[in-house]
Design a protein around this ligand. Structure first.
Ligand code: ATR
Length: 264
């Protein structure tokens, strides 16, 4: 039986096992997908387990998407561009790191019928998911990306990687066509993001990477002002879908059952 893992810290709330095991069963694959909370010191031994084929694939989540890279033999061009790896596998005796978050975000936005070309984007947050979103936005020819983060140095660090982005102060409101919450603010029901929603809306798209809760206060407020809203659920499903294909060479179904599976 092949073994797959999602690693991170914290990992308790990850829904990746639920989704992957559903597809594994649906496709009669002899495999299991588990979650493992690990410390930074354990990263190397996890990769050794892939080398020894004790583990056949790994998803990586917060806070290790960058830190894992130094233990790999190679990364794909997308992972290189985002300097962020969320999917790992062994290929021709090399341990490869890939990034399926970029495609996950891209497909989620595309399938909502939103056209990114020439749009002005305002990103809140410079955490682990932000580089993947920036890479996806660049590929889609957006006209401008503004980014604000509570810890300004982290935003400045991103600007070194992507010089075209403009860094703004955390707490400032900026007009944009698409406003993205890429922070963890919203995971708790009471979390609020200080934004002047009336200055931005109506008829803009507000996107939240968070999908649990389904509607963060960020999305709730935005919809009150007549904006379109979208949570991170489809991005999560599409990133998993690509990882699944990479590991099993099967494109699993994304249907109502899969979508409902994630509504705990
Ligand atoms: P990491 O800190 O490892 O990057 P993450 O979950 O990938 O973790 O990112 C968390 C994001 O949410 C960061 O942008 C973080 O801002 P800081 O860089 O200033 O930490 C943001 N965030 C978390 N809690 C926040 C809060 N209470 N107010 C504003 N931003 C917050």
């Amino acid at each position: 039986m092949k073994k797959y893992l999602v690693i991170g810290n914290p990992i308790k709330h990850s829904l990746s096992p639920k989704l992957h095991n559903y597809w594994i069963k649906q496709n009669n694959i002899d495999a299991i997908y588990e979650k493992k909370n690990i410390t930074e010191k354990e990263l190397e031994s996890v990769i050794t387990n892939i080398r020894d084929e004790k583990i056949h694939g790994i998803n990586v989540t917060v806070p290790y998407k960058q830190k894992i890279i130094s233990f790999l033999d190679n990364v794909t061009p997308l992972a290189e561009e985002a300097r962020s790896v969320n999917t790992i596998y062994k290929e021709n005796n090399n341990i490869i790191g890939d990034n399926t978050d970029i495609t996950g975000f891209d497909l989620a936005i595309r399938n909502s019928n939103y056209e990114l070309k020439n749009k002005k984007i305002f990103i809140l947050g410079a955490g682990g998911v932000s580089p993947s979103i920036i890479v996806a936005l660049r590929k889609n020819g957006v006209s401008k990306i503004i980014l604000g983060n509570r810890t300004r140095e982290k935003a400045e660090y991103l600007k070194k990687q992507y010089p075209e982005i403009e860094i703004v102060n955390w707490g400032e409101t900026h007009k944009a066509d698409l406003i993205i919450n890429a922070t963890s603010l919203g995971l708790k029901k009471e979390d609020k993001i200080e934004l002047n929603y009336s200055e931005i809306g109506p008829n803009k798209l507000f996107y939240d990477v968070i999908y649990n809760p389904k509607q963060t206060n960020f999305l709730l407020e935005a919809s009150k002002f007549g904006n379109k809203i979208l949570n991170g659920k489809m991005m999560f499903i599409y990133q998993a879908h690509r990882a699944f294909f990479k590991w099993h060479n099967i494109l699993p179904k994304i249907d109502e059952n899969v979508i409902n599976l994630l509504d705990q």
